[in-house]
Write a protein that binds this ligand. Structure first.
Ligand code: S3P
Length: 181
């Protein structure tokens, strides 16, 4: 018997800065033949400036509103993989919004991995502090319980890219199907 065609719900990748949302988002979107969006990049393009400048001149609240507006009405409603900025899903009500719009998968990495990855560039205003290690630790403790509210969570430390990619795709397909029944 032919298998029923599943709707192509969006896949939202969430999690802390530096867990690999954009990296995996891109390769998973290629594999699924979906469009790829990175909320930070879309916002930077729309606003014609950088995230750091938005934080500096308009403030974090303004940035958070741009994130919410983008999710609510600024992206295609299906066949997209969306790499969400690290704070997006932690905003009041956003996890439920994301889950109602598609499949939400949280990626996790250790604090050490995150520190190592995020120290490579300076475009993250929230980590532009004297002690980024302490800041990461503090923010992770606060945010991890929220990320765990996703449809599924996947740990990335010590695993090869293809293994993680297949894990994300498998999980997406299973949840996409479950949300249809
Ligand atoms: C943020 C994460 C960043 C970016 C902004 C705020 C956060 O995105 O949206 O600097 O609050 O965690 P990445 O998770 O893609 O680094």
């Amino acid at each position: 018997m032919e298998e029923k065609r599943q709707p192509m719900r969006n896949l939202y990748l969430i999690g802390f800065m530096g867990v690999g949302k954009s990296h995996f988002g891109r390769i998973v979107s290629d594999a699924l033949n979906y469009q790829f969006f990175d909320t930070d990049h879309v916002i930077e393009n729309n606003e014609e400036t950088t995230i750091s400048e938005i934080f500096k001149y308009q403030g974090e609240d303004y940035f958070r509103k741009l994130e919410r507006d983008l999710i609510e009405s600024g992206l295609p409603s299906e066949a997209s993989v969306v790499a969400c900025g690290g704070g997006l899903a932690t905003q009041e009500g956003m996890m439920d919004t994301l889950k109602s719009k598609g499949v939400v998968i949280a990626l996790f990495a250790s604090k050490e991995t995150i520190l190592e990855r995020t120290s490579r560039n300076k475009n993250r205003p929230l980590l532009d502090v004297d002690n980024p290690e302490e800041r990461i630790s503090q923010m992770m403790d606060e945010r991890a319980p929220k990320y765990l509210g996703a449809d599924a969570s996947i740990a990335t430390d010590g695993r090869v890219v293809s293994d993680i990619m297949h894990h994300i795709i498998r999980t997406y397909k299973t949840i996409n199907k479950a949300k249809s029944s």
